[in-house]
Design a protein around this ligand. Structure first.
Ligand SMILES: C[S@@+](CC[C@H](N)C(=O)[O-])C[C@H]1O[C@@H](n2cnc3c(N)ncnc32)[C@H](O)[C@@H]1O
Length: 226
């Protein structure tokens, strides 16, 4: 595992296990804003101060969460963010990444790191709750494939697993069906992947899928609607 700087100055992590970085090398911020906040329609919900239930596959460095939470704070919107992660990074790593540069995220990140230090070192699988004002985060630690999810709950899903080649269990029809069931009607799920096999698996799981222009460095990405 090593830290790399991406083109927009934000740091990401290279995973030896998955042989890829947690974010696009073309820029962490531009990817998160384009693929997830805009792609899954979350920015629009937050700007209009709609209470937002978001499910994320892969918490990683928490960048998507901090960016979403900072926007919710700016607009005084309620946010309920649930994320699935089997390999939670240490608080030292969260603390060392230069993600405080996200606009309005410094305090949330500081509180988060403080909260992380209060957790036991060898964290068991289970649900862990962090709160900051109107922002609620639940980390469901454990294999995402086995996570218990409420039906018809989420307004948006960030599908941010590693690539289908390296992280295949999070792109199967069965797993996508599980995400589908957890979403409200008309909710959007977005991902950076534009692979034909992913699109077909999403369709088989019940979604309507469209290709959209991708973030910098990628021609296309996928947005799926329930
Ligand atoms: C591309 S990274 C996510 C990046 C993250 N959203 C961020 O903003 O930094 C993918 C994440 O999925 C997690 N992951 C991979 N397979 C998993 C599984 N079966 N269950 C739960 N988490 C998994 C990895 O540990 C990694 O943190």
């Amino acid at each position: 595992m090593k830290i790399e700087i991406t083109e927009d100055g934000f740091e990401t992590i290279y995973s030896d296990k998955y042989r890829q970085t947690y974010h696009s090398r073309h820029g962490v911020l531009q990817e998160a804003e384009h693929v997830f906040l805009d792609g899954a329609g979350v920015k629009e919900l937050i700007v209009n101060q709609k209470k937002c239930n978001i499910l994320e596959v892969g918490f990683g460095t928490g960048f998507n969460f901090f960016l979403t939470a900072a926007l919710a704070k700016k607009h005084n919107a309620e946010l309920n963010f649930v994320t699935l992660e089997n390999n939670l990074l240490s608080y030292e790593i969260f603390d060392s990444l230069n993600h405080d540069q996200i606009e309005n995220a410094v305090f949330i990140r500081q509180h988060f790191v403080e909260w992380m230090t209060s957790l036991p070192e060898n964290l068991k699988n289970g649900d862990y709750h962090f709160e900051y004002g109107k922002i609620k985060l639940t980390i469901k630690k454990g294999d995402a494939v086995k996570a218990q999810l409420n039906d018809e709950k989420y307004d948006a899903v960030y599908l941010d697993a590693f690539s289908p080649e390296q992280n295949p269990e999070l792109w199967t029809v069965d797993f996508l069906k599980k995400l589908f069931n957890s979403m409200r009607k008309n909710a959007l799920m977005s991902t950076y992947s534009a692979k034909g096999s992913v699109r077909r698996a999403m369709q088989e799981a019940g979604f309507d899928v469209i290709k959209k222009p991708g973030p910098k460095g990628k021609r296309e990405m996928l947005v799926a609607m329930k």
